[in-house]
Design a protein around this ligand. Structure first.
Ligand code: 5GP
Length: 115
């Protein structure tokens, strides 16, 4: 598959504000934040989209959620709540084809779908 900007961030070739990293996932602040906290959590292995996941990816996919929980706690938004989003391919609004989970919070978010 084609490399993406997120692959370069995972490998440390492109700068990002990394907030969490382990052997399976990397998390960094979105460059165009849509909320006071907007973090992207990505598997270190580049899976293009959620439509491409295989059973072998399950450890990394599960880690997305445990990392999200830790990051939300560290950001101080766990109690009030937050939103996790995975956009999939064109109609889902996916722009970067390295699967990623958006973690958004820090304010009351609006309706989930605007269009
Ligand atoms: P998608 O629409 O694919 O679900 O979300 C892609 C997200 O990646 C967007 O929210 C966009 O702002 C963010 N993004 C795109 N390029 C970069 C980058 O180079 N660095 C960071 N930190 N975020 C990026």
């Amino acid at each position: 598959m084609a490399d993406t900007i997120f692959g370069k961030i995972v490998r440390g070739e492109v700068e990002a504000d990394v907030v969490y990293r382990d052997e399976l996932v990397t998390a960094f602040r979105d460059i165009n934040a849509q909320a006071p906290t907007h973090v992207l959590i990505v598997p270190n292995e580049a899976i293009p989209t959620a439509a491409d996941v295989e059973p072998s990816h399950e450890p990394a996919l599960g880690r997305l959620f445990t990392a999200a929980r830790k990051i939300a706690e560290a950001e101080g938004i766990a109690e009030e709540g937050y939103r996790l989003i995975v956009n999939v391919r064109g109609h889902g609004g996916q722009e970067v084809f390295h699967l990623h989970m958006h973690l958004l919070g820090g304010k009351r978010l609006g309706r989930m779908l605007s269009g």
